[in-house]
Design a protein around this ligand. Structure first.
Ligand code: IMP
Ligand code: MG
Length: 171
């Protein structure tokens, strides 16, 4: 059984608010948005269409999850294609759980010597590593396992329009 966490309408509203905050911060400095595949693709495509600041985007594909467990072993499945040197980089992530993926991203992107680096995360779980600064957060949530709006359980449920909590029996 799935339980509704945030509806499509609530997500849309929050995405618009995040885009407004981003526009305010960047003014007219051009942005390079990095979408972290696969989970962030729906959030990122909705978010950039609300952002007015000029931008380009690129993808990086990382994997760490094994079913419903986060692991510290991050695999780089597909690397960036754009140079990020001297760019204002905004990483768009679906969810921060342990923060290992975020740490990996920070290191990978800082190696490119960007002008600045910020993180925008739709969902932040409770025990995320506090050392990792998140600049824009959609929603703070508990420890539950969430699916929908791009987030999966064993590659399923990504196409759901709302965010749902997956029950223990389904994990
Ligand atoms: P972290 O490295 O532990 O922060 O995990 C980050 C990645 O794990 C996210 O980008 C997601 O792909 C996945 N993940 C963590 N929690 C959930 C969840 O509740 N539902 C679906 N995927 C999750
Ligand atoms: Mg992800």
């Amino acid at each position: 059984m799935k339980k509704l966490l945030y509806s499509e309408k609530e997500i849309k509203k929050r995405v618009r608010e995040l885009a407004a905050l981003i526009d305010l911060d960047y003014q007219c400095r051009e942005l390079t948005v990095i979408c972290v595949l696969k989970g962030s693709v729906i959030f990122m495509t909705d978010l950039i269409r609300e952002i007015k600041t000029p931008l380009t985007y690129d993808f990086i594909f990382l994997s760490s999850y094994n079913g419903a467990k986060s692991t510290s072993c991050i695999r780089l499945e597909k690397d960036l294609t754009l140079s990020l040197k001297d760019k204002h980089v905004l990483v768009v992530e679906d969810i921060f759980d342990t923060g290992f993926t975020g740490e990996f991203l920070r290191e990978r992107i800082m190696a490119e010597e960007p002008a600045s680096l910020k993180f925008c995360v739709l969902l932040r779980k409770k025990d995320v590593d506090l050392n990792l600064k998140i600049d824009y957060t959609g929603f703070d949530i508990g420890a539950e396992f969430v699916v929908g709006y791009g987030l999966d359980y064993r590659q399923k449920y990504r196409q759901l329009k709302d965010l749902h909590i997956l029950s223990e029996e389904e994990l």
